[in-house]
Design a binder for this molecule. Sequence first.
Ligand code: PXP
Length: 255
Amino acid sequence: MRLYVNIDHVATLREARKTDEPDPVRAAVMAELGGAEGITVHLREDRRHIQDRDVRILMETVRTGVNLEIAAEDEVVAITTELRPFQVTLVPERREEITTEGGLSLSTPDSRTRVRSATRRLQDAGIRVSLFVDPDEATLRHSADVGAEAVELHTGEYANARGEGRARELTRLQAAAVLGGEIGLAVHAGHGLTYENVIPLAALPEIEEVNIGHSIMARAILVGMERAVREMRDLLREAPLRVREPGGWVPPLGW
Ligand code: PXP
């Protein structure tokens, strides 16, 4: 099973101050050093976190593969066909949502035409296309019909459920994963996965890729906290000495 690490939250933190740190591009390098098999970012229509600049530089620096999440909208599809990431995951997008809610709707002929057309344009540019969908039979069959190579099963309901509800959601995901394989779709999964709830899901042989963001970013902040604070403490303690010593402190480049 491939692990794709979603680094959108790094950009969210940067955009909170409109500064240049933390840089998602550096985070991607670190994630790859940690063993990520791919890097996922969502170029949202409102550019609330990841910016075009990030995707452009990620395309030049990521050594594994970039999975770009976008809506099936002309503007971002056009940009994406220029950038040519390894893979695109088409997702539904609403400006007011906190994060992606629910899978793509393929229930109407209009929605299928829109997704089919975006899928074709992306594939013509040499990009593999995955659709973020709820784990239900009709949507999976529509996903194959519109020509996608893969589906990412929405695991949000599974993540939110507890007890028997969660067991039911797991069975639903498993059935969807088996069906996906039978109708020729590669099966991915993502949303709300954590260090705890990913375990039974990762044991399903039909799922070949997971996309995980929030839980890994949350842990990264905590496991890095102690070191970050200690480094600032050490700096404060040494500062008077370093400034007073001749040659002890030189302004860095770009000061
Ligand atoms: N997959 C898709 C399609 C998403 O939109 C997201 C959230 O951006 C994820 C996976 C990752 O979800 P989480 O941040 O909850 O791990």
